[in-house]
Design a protein around this ligand. Structure first.
Ligand SMILES: NC(=O)c1ccc[n+]([C@@H]2O[C@H](COP(=O)([O-])OP(=O)(O)OC[C@H]3O[C@@H](n4cnc5c(N)ncnc54)[C@H](OP(=O)(O)O)[C@@H]3O)[C@@H](O)[C@H]2O)c1
Length: 485
């Protein structure tokens, strides 16, 4: 994987996009850690105002390829080489199909993505050459590492995971950066040149100061810089934070297109009545409780999440979250509290109808993977009445989006469809080690708030890729184990 960077003393770093926000905080942090900095962005005075002694300032405008190439040449020369390039610069402006302006979209694309391509050739040529010494040995306490870690860190965004509303210009640039980073990593990591991709969630910076909506799991630019330094000290390819938000976004990105689009489109609708049709952001215990993770006592996260109550809902999303987080073999007898008698359930291995059949599946899971518990890491709800033209199978206006069931589903009354999408970890010990299986449940609720349709998506692969050699064989074994009685 990537070379971990644990000691920044003497490491030569070029930060592109260092005058404000995350880039400025990262520059300050690396300066404190003893890195030698070259900083670029358009505003020289803003970079000067950081007051980082010894930092070389190379102002340039990424929209001007000549300026950029000149700055890149100087950056690679001024300290007799660069060890780490952090490609931070980026601009965001909401763009939808209704306000599409080619000039604006091209400017965002140029700044966020195309500019990098102008200098990538020079950077690759630089990294293909053997590392040159930083030339500061002996001038720092303890000296510098003989061969400093090298590489390229590209700052993308969770907006690059999948298409999001209003991101017509920004989203594709970030998806492209992520994709580019993956390819570069494939080829450069074996040559000991690191390539990192950085996926921040919401960070408080001048770029997000204009947002007029609630930004879930918002963190400070200083905290973001800390996460980046922490991530670079590990060998992982991807650095993403805050995890309580990015994990929920990752799980949403696993949904099949049909469900993903349905959920997003519901979120994009204007509010109606109390349900509002608003897709609440993935929630997590931000109200002072421990972050959801394996090891959290069952019920702990749920009680934090349900602090707002469910507004007199007889069952509803919050109650369902609590029920699952406290689920034990003993509480299986109370499943009818949260499931309608004719509820439909589907997961990678089963498709059943009725509470008794669902109970059998969960009882089987507890038998095969005893001692496990669910920790819900995110909740997305949608409460507006279904409307003609809303989600649904063609020809079934407003009908629930669970049409991947083998046979037509009774489902909830289309006129009162409410959806609750949970991301969760199933925490359990097997093979003598604590393990975490991540998944996502799409729940369609009926009038009384009980589950009418339950569709589960599991991400066994992500958890197992890194931990278990011979993945394919193990996946087959796990599937057999989960399926066979
Ligand atoms: N804040 C978030 O919530 C968030 C979330 C996910 C990803 N990100 C990504 O994180 C990175 C930093 O964002 P931020 O929130 O810290 O934003 P920011 O405070 O606005 O910083 C953006 C940086 O990019 C530079 N820049 C913009 N246009 C440029 C141009 N044409 N030429 C040269 N430099 C240019 C800016 O410098 P000048 O204005 O001086 O040129 C500034 O230093 C961006 O890539 C952004 O997409 C941010």
């Amino acid at each position: 994987m990537n070379p971990p960077i644990t000691d920044w003393r003497g490491v030569r770093v070029w930060i592109v996009g260092a005058s404000s926000g995350i880039g400025a905080e990262l520059a300050k942090r690396l300066h404190r850690e003893g890195a030698r900095l070259v900083l670029s962005s358009r505003r020289r005075e803003a970079m000067e105002a950081l007051g980082l002694s010894g930092a070389v300032l190379l102002p340039c405008d990424l929209r001007d390829p000549e300026q950029l190439s000149r700055a890149c040449g100087e950056a690679l020369a001024v300290l007799e080489g660069i060890d780490v390039v952090v490609w931070m610069a980026g601009i965001y402006q909401p763009v939808t199909v209704d306000d599409y302006r080619p000039d604006l979209v091209l400017e965002i694309t140029q700044t966020n993505y195309v500019a990098l391509l102008h200098v990538l050739g020079d950077l690759l040529a630089h990294f293909r050459r053997p590392s040159t010494p930083a030339g500061t040995s002996g001038s720092l306490p303890g000296g510098v590492p003989p061969t400093p870690p090298r590489g390229l860190a590209l700052v993308s965004s969770v907006a690059g995971y999948r298409g999001l509303p209003k991101a017509l210009a920004y989203g594709p640039t970030k998806a492209a950066l992520t994709h580019l980073a993956e390819i570069l990593h494939l080829e450069l990591a074996p040559r000991s040149v690191g390539v990192w991709v950085i996926h921040p969630g919401f960070v408080q910076t001048p770029a997000t100061a204009v947002n007029d909506f609630h930004m879930p799991a918002l963190i400070s630019a200083e905290a973001a810089a800390h996460e980046i330094v922490r991530g670079l000290a590990r060998s992982a390819f991807e650095i993403h934070f805050p995890r309580r938000f990015t994990l929920a976004m990752k799980t949403l990105a696993l949904l099949p297109y049909r469900l993903y689009f349905a959920l997003m489109q519901r979120g994009m609708r204007p509010a109606r009545g109390t349900g509002g049709g608003i897709v609440a952001p993935p929630r997590s215990p931000e109200s002072g409780a421990a972050s959801p993770r394996c090891g959290t006592a069952p019920g702990e996260a749920a009680s934090a999440m349900s602090a707002g109550g469910n507004g007199g809902d007889p069952v509803g999303c919050d109650a369902i979250v609590q029920f699952f987080e406290r689920l034990t073999p003993a509480s299986l007898d109370q499943l009818d509290r949260i499931y309608r008698p004719d509820a439909r359930f589907k997961d990678p291995f089963h498709e059943v109808v009725g509470v008794a059949a669902i109970r059998n599946i969960l009882a089987h899971m507890f038998r095969k993977l005893p001692g496990g518990s669910f920790v819900v890491t995110g909740v997305v709800t949608s409460g507006c009445p279904a409307v003609p033209g809303g989600v649904g199978a063609p020809g079934q206006p407003g009908k629930a989006s669970h049409s991947d069931f083998a046979s037509p589903s009774p489902g909830p009354d289309p006129g009162s469809l409410r959806v609750c999408c949970l991301t969760w970890d199933y925490c359990v010990e097997f093979g003598g080690k604590p393990q975490r299986i991540r998944g996502c449940s799409w729940l369609e609720l009926s009038d009384d708030g009980r589950i009418a349709v339950h569709r589960d998506y599991w991400d066994l692969a992500e958890e197992l890729y890194e931990k278990i050699p011979g993945l394919a064989a193990m996946m087959r074994w796990l599937k057999r184990r989960a399926r066979d009685g």
